[in-house]
Design a protein around this ligand. Structure first.
Ligand code: UDP
Length: 142
């Protein structure tokens, strides 16, 4: 299986709930290693740029407002099938539909305040990692 990297963001709702450590523990106990991390309070321009693919959608403005409502914890996760593995650990976008035991089922309250972001494919993972971290600040766990 391929060793991959993916971008993960612990969103403002989960940071405010003080569950960064609990979420990190899920990554670590499922074979994902944190190889870069940074806490940031995103500007509107940064959040708009990050979610550019959603520009024009009805939820775009609320999403940007939410993502800039408090600090976020941004990390690069590395491991076998890291992209799909992280999506599996996150659960469905709407926490009401997320499988029991997933991060969103356990820590999120609504589709807009849904605790975590995770890249959805190899191309987005590469672009999203580069959006926040220069290559030299990602410390491979291999
Ligand atoms: N989102 C929302 N309302 C929607 C769909 C999405 O508020 O109807 C937000 C939600 O926070 C989601 C983000 O937009 O996490 C990005 O949407 P996407 O479909 O990419 O979901 P994800 O990949 O985060 O599961």
């Amino acid at each position: 299986m391929a060793i991959e990297r993916t971008l993960s963001i612990i969103k403002p709702d989960a940071v405010a709930k003080n569950v960064i450590g609990k979420i990190y523990s899920r990554f670590e106990s499922n074979g994902l290693k944190i190889v870069a991390a940074r806490m940031r309070w995103l500007s509107r321009a940064e959040a708009e740029g990050f979610y550019a693919v959603h520009r024009g959608k009805p939820f775009f403005n609320d999403l940007v407002t939410f993502m800039t409502s408090g600090p976020v914890m941004i990390q690069v996760l590395e491991g076998e099938n890291a992209i799909a593995k992280n999506r599996e650990l996150m659960g469905a976008t709407d926490p009401k539909k997320a499988a029991p035991g997933t991060i969103r089922a356990d820590f999120a309250q609504s589709i807009d305040a849904n605790a975590v972001h995770g890249s959805d494919g190899p191309d987005t993972a590469k672009a999203e990692i580069a959006y926040f971290f220069p290559e030299m600040e990602v410390y491979s766990g291999r």
